[in-house]
Design a protein around this ligand. Sequence first.
Ligand SMILES: C[S@@+](CC[C@H](N)C(=O)[O-])C[C@H]1O[C@@H](n2cnc3c(N)ncnc32)[C@H](O)[C@@H]1O
Length: 273
Amino acid sequence: MTALKDEESALNFIVTAVYDKCRIRLHDGKESLIRARLAKRMRATGISTLTEYAEFLRTKANEEEWTKVIDALTTNYTQFLREQDHFDFLVKVALPGVMARGQKRFQIWSAASSTGEEPYTIGFFLNEHFPLSGGWNWSIAASDISTKVLASAKQGIYAKERIESIPADWQHKYLQVGQGEWAGHYRIKPFIAERVQFRQINLIETYNHPEPFEVIFCRNVMIYFDRATQEALVQRLCKFLKPGGYLLIGHSESLHGLQLPLRCVKPSVYQFV
Ligand SMILES: C[S@@+](CC[C@H](N)C(=O)[O-])C[C@H]1O[C@@H](n2cnc3c(N)ncnc32)[C@H](O)[C@@H]1O
């Protein structure tokens, strides 16, 4: 490939490379978004034009720089108790249905967990319905492609405006109030935080889990992928589900028309059959 000479070829290179690395398609019309989101990387590397920065990515950038590019270009919006009916379904229908009689141990996976609100919300609901004090033993695997959101998720510290969707009594039960320089911030209490293990997983690559999950949350990430990528991704997720286990996807996502070993229970809720 010859050197990138103008902004159009620079943008094409970035769009293609990001698609190859994580299947996120930066559609036409996203040029200003790419430029704005990469401005910080350009400053950090001392490069002033997008064409030069793309050429730097093409010829010299290491994996660390690429991780920062993916971090900058991915959309990480999330919220505590987002799409709450999934959490109610988890504790009232999915887990009671999929667990064998007498089974007290189970695992949930929050794939594409962003800054941690989703896996911690799962923790709140599990604690309410399957308390460790009642002999239950559960853990939550959480993963994301972005090292930046994973670092923040592991910290488990949130500003006041980010915890507002948590009911007041749960805020009291599950969050520590920050003092001094942490005033206005809240931290997930250790008895929940220690049940969640975060790790980096790119969902389009191969990965492993030692045991299958009762339920997988893979919400609001497939929306960025094309149909072929979605199908391959969900096929792979099914390999990590217990028979009868559930896959929950975002409310605005659908697996309609894909060839998958799943039964649609209701919109955005699928069961592995
Ligand atoms: C909009 S957030 C969704 C967070 C949460 N699941 C929710 O529904 O609130 C999408 C997340 O997907 C992650 N992501 C994007 N591409 C990915 C990939 N190929 N593998 C794993 N995670 C990916 C992004 O880093 C981002 O944190």
